[in-house]
Ligand binder design. Structure first.
Ligand code: ZN
Ligand code: ZN
Length: 686
């Protein structure tokens, strides 16, 4: 026991006890004893510093070192080596410089062992000048010195320089080892420099290093990054021994090149051959599925992962959550939320932000807000996400409040923040607020507005009905107005029935994006509303002549685990008969409640054939009917549409929501509509 030890042990005995304590992992006791030595010698100091570094207490190691230096104790080579390691772990550049000059002061200039450690330390601290100085001070340079300098450049993002050092090493007659190769190959991958990669591959073959599994896996990855998937496969197949890393490399290679089927074949082969799947393997497959749009598959693989006994980690969660936002699969998203709660992942800022986004995209603004509120730490991305969520749902006031709160709390807004706030202002017709936010960007936050912000401002002015002002704004903006800017003006011209400005905007759009059918449809609708039938027909004709095709309208809804799609006049659903019966019955009740079908078909973003069909078979209306028939006791339904919701359907759904007594959420290509009690959250303006 420490308390039983006499206080004035002779130094050699103290050291013996210190070592015993350290051996049993008792750093605290060792330190107590050390502090009792009146004049500790270098050796006992080194022992303790080394222990601190090795057991993961680099700060303590440095602190102790500073205390010794203050007492003018002269460090030996081993003490310095330990301190250098501590600095390497801490990546503290100021301390690193101090230690670097101590190495020189105490006469170790040119020492290969210490020199290599210093190069590595300066590399981790991203202090390239220091690394270069040490490197050139070395009389003799071995493969570690060269490799460390090469890694140093790579860590500082100077990839070409790293490659140059690697080549110079060869010219200097130093032979690369597997560590050098594994650090230079990723450089070729990142630079997508196939020639350099082939050069390294040639070296590998010449020196018979192809058997090294790290080198071969890095080669697979290099060829995949350079889009030489066949070469990657060749290297992979020629490997005599493969570990999980090599399998993961080829898996990622296929997914990255969009070869989804081959990637999956590889994944199955991996499982059949009994390869131990690690986190990187599962996450590569799940991320690969999401990247390739196979969202359902991503969710299934996540379930398989759990069945295999591996728990999804943070990376899995952040990879799979976008699958739920893409499918608008609220149920899957909620399951993941539950999982995150059970496994205490909710303090992970990236995963939780993905959750906030998922709920917003699924139409659940309230849940999105609740998750955001519980986040203990909120960074700019988290704030941007919740502001965008409010804007998307037409809650411009909310978006503004959040923005001011963010600024007040000292979180730095960025360019995306302003896009999100301005978007909220335009959807809620907060014109003056929008203008003041726009001008505050530069004056208060030193952010130069870009093309997107200018377009948002045109939208703010246009939706607010200030069309002339919007047009002037476009003409005076310092950058070339984008299609988004003109499109915002054109859209507003339809709502405010402004034929002249509509024509100007449309003509500019026909030049900028001649293949976008939406512009033709909008201009045609503007003419129809003004009863300029001939002009409307001409626009239609010119659209046909130019071969511009209209995207067909499509709506979808999730019932239980399945997503059901609807197109106009759809009769392919197994409940089609019930759907039409329901809509017929609803039609009568709606008329009694005062609904008049909009035969003027002004606000329709649809093509001619679709319009000529009866109004009540539009895809969004079919999807709403199907969802209501499959309510299963829920009080709200959620429908998604790829195009803008049609004006008549918008009106009809308000009535349906009131008659059935449910909340109906429709997300169209622009925004969310929350229908409740005969009204919509967009206040009939979108
Ligand atoms: Zn409709
Ligand atoms: Zn609406």
């Amino acid at each position: 026991m420490l308390s039983k030890l006499p206080t004035n042990l002779p130094p050699h005995l103290s050291l013996k006890f210190i070592k015993t304590y350290l051996h049993s992992g008792d750093l605290l006791r060792a330190r107590h004893l050390f502090d009792k030595i009146p004049h500790p010698d270098m050796h006992s100091c080194t022992v303790l510093i080394n222990a601190y570094t090795q057991q993961g207490y680099p700060k303590e190691a440095l602190k102790l070192y500073s205390e010794l230096r203050a007492r003018d104790v002269q460090p030996d080579k081993f003490a310095l080596l330990s301190v250098v390691k501590a600095c390497t772990t801490l990546r503290d550049v100021a301390k690193a410089k101090e230690v670097g000059s101590d190495v020189l002061r105490f006469g170790f200039r040119g020492d290969l062992f210490l020199g290599n450690a210093l190069i590595c330390m300066f590399g981790k601290c991203r202090y390239i000048e220091g690394a270069k100085d040490v490197f050139s001070s070395l009389q003799v340079k071995d493969v570690i010195s060269w490799t460390s300098l090469c890694s140093c450049y790579v860590q500082c993002g100077m990839l070409r320089e790293g490659l140059r050092v690697f080549r110079e090493m060869g010219l200097d007659g130093v032979r690369a080892n597997s560590v050098s190769l594994s650090s230079v190959l990723p450089v070729c991958s990142r630079l997508k420099d196939l020639n350099a990669g082939k050069e390294v591959h040639g070296f590998v073959i010449k020196n018979g290093m192809g058997e090294n599994v790290f080198v071969s896996s890095a080669l697979v990855d290099m060829y995949a990054s350079c889009l030489c998937i066949e070469k990657a496969q060749l290297v992979f197949e020629s490997m005599t021994w493969r570990d999980t890393v090599s399998w993961n490399a080829i898996l990622t290679a296929y997914f990255g090149n969009g070869e989804y089927d081959k990637a999956f074949t590889m994944f199955n082969r991996m499982r059949n051959e009994g390869v131990k799947l690690n986190y990187a393997s599962w996450n590569a497959v799940i991320g690969g599925c999401v990247q390739n749009g196979k969202t359902q598959q991503a969710l299934e693989i996540t379930i398989q992962m759990q069945k295999s006994g591996m728990k999804p980690n943070r990376i899995t969660i952040t990879s799979v959550l976008p699958a739920c936002t893409h499918l608008e699969s609220l149920r899957g998203g909620k399951e993941i939320h539950g999982y995150m709660f059970r496994h205490s992942f909710l303090d992970d800022i990236t995963a939780t932000t993905a959750l906030v986004y998922m709920y917003a995209k699924c139409g659940e603004l309230e849940l999105s807000r609740r998750v955001f509120k519980t986040m203990p730490l909120k960074d700019t991305i988290a704030w941007n996400t919740i502001i965008m969520a409010s804007s998307m749902h037409g809650n411009g006031e909310g978006a503004l409040l959040l923005f001011h709160k963010m600024v007040k709390l000292g979180v730095q807004p960025n360019s995306v923040t302003f896009t999100a706030v301005l978007c909220g202002c335009s959807h809620s017709r907060l014109v003056d607020e929008g203008i003041s936010i726009f001008y505050s960007m530069k004056t208060d936050h030193a952010i130069e507005p870009d093309s997107e912000h200018y377009s948002c401002m045109v939208d703010v002015l246009s939706r607010g009905g200030r069309l002339e002002e919007a047009y002037r704004f476009i003409q005076e903006m310092p950058i070339e107005p984008s299609a988004a800017a003109w499109g915002a003006l054109l859209g507003a011209c339809r709502i405010y029935k402004n034929v002249d400005l509509g024509q100007i905007a449309a003509n500019r759009l026909f030049e900028i994006e001649p293949d976008n059918p939406g512009n033709f449809v909008l201009l045609s609708n503007i003419f129809v509303a003004a009863k300029f039938w001939k002009e409307a027909a001409e626009v239609r004709k010119s659209m046909r002549d130019r071969g511009v095709k209209k995207v067909p309208g499509c709506s979808w809804v999730q019932v239980k685990n399945k997503v059901h799609n609807f197109i106009v006049g759809d009769s392919s659903n197994y409940e089609s008969a019930e759907i039409y019966r329901f809509l017929d019955d609803m039609g009568q009740k709606m008329r009694l409640a005062g609904y008049l079908p909009d035969t003027d078909f002004v606000l329709q973003d649809l093509d001619q054939e679709e319009k000529e069909d009866s109004l009540c078979n539009h895809s969004e209306r079919l999807a709403v009917a199907f969802a209501i028939l499959n309510l299963n006791g829920e009080s709200s339904v959620r429908v998604f549409k790829n195009l803008r919701i049609c004006g008549d359907c918008h009106n009809a759904i308000k009535f349906i929501a009131k008659i059935v007594g449910v909340q109906i959420v429709v997300r169209d290509s622009l925004r969310f509509h929350h229908f409740k009690d005969g009204a919509c959250s967009c206040k009939d303006f979108w």
